[in-house]
Design a protein around this ligand. Structure first.
Ligand SMILES: Nc1ncnc2c1ncn2[C@@H]1O[C@H](COP(=O)(O)OP(=O)(O)OP(=O)(O)O)[C@@H](O)[C@H]1O
Ligand code: SF4
Ligand SMILES: [Mg+2]
Length: 326
């Protein structure tokens, strides 16, 4: 495993202010990404994946989102303490994000060229911001994501292009200038499976070519297994298990991970998957102890009142469950 930690999230908490109080969504979350590493983040809808990723880039809605505790250390600096100039540098050169919905990531009133060239301009040092140079980089960026007829695409408005093309444009924006970390939030999920597959292949190729670290958020455990070195499993705002990808599938430990793996539909036969009974807790008033307790058939009294610590079980495998205390 590569040694240098690029991103180190420590004890992050994110709350949303709503009528009646705070939704305490992200809860004491810790996660690391090493340089050049491909990390998967899996967990059911609403567990806080996008919220966590937006916190890394400080793009949560300021009017409602609140971070009461935690650190997000990127290359030795806490993102939560960065000033405007540092944040702009972080977003234009350090970290890029491909959003879950490519349509909302592009502005409908500007052409693709205007938007892509803007991203490039910001990332270049002022002395290199000549019009022709920026345009050439934009054309090259579209070639890299296998979009033909680049001049026409640059002059088009997002609405004039297909969903697959728009997703490729979002990827080209994210990779057009060298970044150290790419966050891909369910890339291509809103597209049909063949396009989704092409998008994932493209991402893998680009990450390998540029040596970029990636956090890949996906609902598909199969995709996570294929595409990543290590996987974090998230439940109700916390990491419940982390392990090298092969280990996680061979030896899942947390009751939630075991349930998640059993929920995968068995295409080759075997009928409907078992699933996990119950639902994610109400974030307005989450359980005091283990957040998985209301759904866990293995819980005991302690799980009701105490949060399990993250336990190191060896081989880079970590689990947050009292059952694995020695
Ligand atoms: N702006 C907001 N205001 C209030 N609550 C929010 C806001 N954004 C997200 N939430 C809530 O935070 C929780 C986590 O949402 P988030 O989008 O981070 O989940 P997710 O894991 O990315 O889900 P999905 O797999 O569906 O994309 C949800 O309960 C959601 O309703
Ligand atoms: S700590 Fe207790 S409730 Fe939580 S997953 Fe483990 S056994 Fe289940
Ligand atoms: Mg999401």
């Amino acid at each position: 495993m590569p040694e240098e930690i690029l991103l180190d999230i420590k004890g992050l908490n994110v709350w949303y202010r709503v009528y009646g109080g705070y939704l305490k969504v992200v809860h004491n979350l810790s996660l690391q990404v090493y340089r050049g590493e491909r990390v998967g983040l899996v967990g059911e809808a609403g567990c806080g994946k996008t919220t966590t990723m937006k916190a890394i880039l400080r793009i949560l809605p300021e009017s409602v989102a609140h971070i009461p505790r935690g650190e997000i250390i990127f290359r030795g600096r806490d993102v939560l303490k960065m000033n405007r100039a540092e944040l702009q540098k972080l977003r234009s050169r350090g970290i890029a994000m491909i959003f879950q919905d490519p349509t909302s990531a592009l502005n409908p009133v500007f052409t693709v060229g205007e938007q892509l060239e803007d991203v490039i301009r910001f990332a270049l040092p002022p002395e290199e911001r000549q019009k022709k140079r920026i345009h050439d980089i934009a054309v090259q960026a579209l070639k890299e994501v296998y979009l033909p007829d680049q001049e026409r695409i640059l002059q088009s408005y997002p609405v004039q292009l297909s969903g697959g093309m728009r997703q490729r444009i979002c990827i080209s924006m994210a990779i057009t200038t060298p970044r150290e970390l790419l966050i891909a939030d369910e890339p291509g999920t809103s597209l049909d499976v063949t396009i989704q597959d092409q998008i994932l292949r493209l991402l893998r190729e680009l990450v390998e070519k540029h040596g970029t670290s990636i956090i890949l958020i996906t609902h598909s455990l199969g995709v996570a297994r294929q595409m990543t070195d290590r996987i974090y499993v998230m439940y109700a705002g916390s990491i419940v298990e982390a392990a090298p990808s092969a280990t996680l599938f061979k030896e899942p430990l947390h009751p939630y991970t075991v349930g998640l793996l059993a929920s995968v539909p068995k295409i080759s036969g075997g009928g409907i998957a078992e699933g996990i009974p119950g639902r994610i807790p109400n974030y307005l008033n989450p359980p005091n102890g283990c957040r998985f307790q209301p759904r866990c058939s293995l819980s005991d009294d302690r799980c009701l009142s105490q949060s399990p610590p993250i336990l190191d079980v060896g081989g880079g495998h970590y689990v947050a469950c009292f059952r694995y205390e020695r």
